[in-house]
Design a protein around this ligand. Sequence first.
Ligand code: GCU
Length: 713
Amino acid sequence: MHPAWLPDAAFAPLGSRRVLVAPGPDAGEVGGTVVDEVRRAVAAHGGSLTVHAPGDGVLDTAALHAYDLVLAVARSAAHPTGSVAGIPLPSTEVDVFLTLLTPSDAADVATTGLDEDTFVRMQTGGATVVVAGGATGLLYGLHDVVRSGQDAFVGDRPTTTSRPAAPVRMLDHWDNVDVHPVMGQVERGYAGGSIFYADGRVRDDLSRVAAYARLLGSLGVNAVAINNVNVHRTEARLLTDGLADVARIADLFRPHGVRTYLSVSFAAPMTLGGLGTSDPLDADVQAWWAAAADRVYATIPDFGGFVVKADSEGQPGPFAYGRDHADGANLLAQALRPHGGTVFWRAFVYNHEQDWRDRRTDRARAAYDHFAPLDGRFDDNVVLQVKYGPMDFQVREPISPVLAAMPRTRLAVELQVTQEYTGQQQHVCYLGPLWHEALGFPLADDATRTVAQVVSGVPGASAPARDLTAGGITAVSNVGDDEFWTGHPLAQANLYAYGRLAWDPTTDPVAVLDEWIGLTFPDADPRVRGTLHTLMDDSWLTYEAYTAPLGVGFMVDPLRRHYGPNVDGYEYSKWGTYHFADRDGVGVDRTVATGTGYAGQYPPPWRDLYEDLATCPDELLLFFHHVPYGHVLRSGQTVIQHVYDTRADAVDVVTAWVDAWAALDGLVPDRLHARVAERLAEQVRSATEWRDQVRTYFFRKSGVPDASDRPIY
Ligand code: GCU
């Protein structure tokens, strides 16, 4: 099993030091993990570990100076000792650590509190000191030190307080227990089988899950849904007969601060309970869900809750009973409420039986049309989970307007780490920059409040604090039982970046990539770092440049599971994903004036900006407008020449990556080198196919010659 970003060598700087861990009286299993990590590191690298147990008395500052690294929990909920100047004081055993805070750090901690997940890191008296609010904060602080390598111990670093932006940082697994005849073991999975299931049941050997949990805990990911949102027959039973197995999985996530969730079927009262209905307003249905939740919590007391895909792509839901999504979500919320559980209800609801002849229906409008009118009706333990774009995880989409339209609803944004539409882990496509842009997009309150702030519950003009509770950040995972976890070894960077950006969406994604390179390839030749930056920094934009142009989306092959080009593959289908290319032009008119009206779902200034051809950003032009091929972009180029040039140029870029990577032979592990080389060859082949089909298609439609004179077929 590949160690990903936690190889032993990454622990060398910490492991060669004298380390004191004071996990506090409520350390629990997560505190135990911190101690274990340090124990393993010092055993391998010659340092020492001292565990300061609650009964060991008070440490004085002199004793502290016998250590290079001190990791301590500052406060104990179970043993509060009051507060001084608004600072919650720790249990006496470790109170010395808070006295180490400088007045300004202390003031910061006093204002914001030092909650479970938060840690303060400082250097004092020659030691690096991490003071955390709880065991999870201690784990996150430990990995903050690991990520800094030697820098954690040399020079003067400013004191920093770190806390996650959003309370829930979740990964969803689209894993099936049974191999699905069409979708396989992992729906949209590109990394082999499931780490959870094989042979129609939960695996006996879950050692990979334990290793995965450790990787997630190191990033601060704290929630995992372990089965596909499309809940088939066998998977539905995880909620009932399968609970003992779910508990085995939850036991492995718990020591890393990760709570376990299940995707459930809205029809479960009928399919599992034998009732005649799943109507959310039916008393028997309500009682069935309450009893189901009681059983779950009797087995898994810290169970997170449910993820639900309802009335979406054929999944059952409340519409069958004339009820709406608030009725549906609140039914499950009521069942979870006594136990502190949460419903993640997905907003991915649209008509997937559309007649392509019908030009008025617009799939992009659907989530807003269904959900915005329900704002304020969801219970407070419901989180509405909204895909970042209005369509479906395309390489380029505008941000979903739902995220600005529901100030009285807890919202989570959903990203896709698995590369369904971004190269299926055959192509290098580093998604950190896409997520950074999406999370940082100032969608709400006159372009002053970002998506990350909305889902983190940061108040704004449209959402006064009293109405708000944060939702979170979720994503579909990209791992499987593959030797490298992710099929393409470089796709590990996407999982890493997701965790780091979910913790702090403002982090520079290239810096995140650099951090990943340093951890994954410790002590590597500097050429490794340089080449990985060459391949990966802009690989999202490169992928965009050889696939569907200017935000139009799709053009993927339905018969090859969305892999590779097929410009008209979805054009005359029922799925609502069209580009409307004809001899004169291309793109979807989503304006209010002449189109589907989708642009009108945005708050100002975005509504006007997208509506007007003169202000609509080039990269989204064909998402919002149908334009003639001769339309001139801001770059000064026509649409058709842009399509021709960018596709051809992008293939040249990818082709150059092959030689760059070949030069690393012998500088990275052989098997990894070979795997990446094999995938790069496929990326060149596939990108070439994209280039030639898209260029040729638009030449045949438009008849406009390519001014660059490069081959068209
Ligand atoms: C996409 C994907 C499906 C998935 C769906 C979802 O449409 O192709 O496999 O089920 O998204 O997010 O529910």
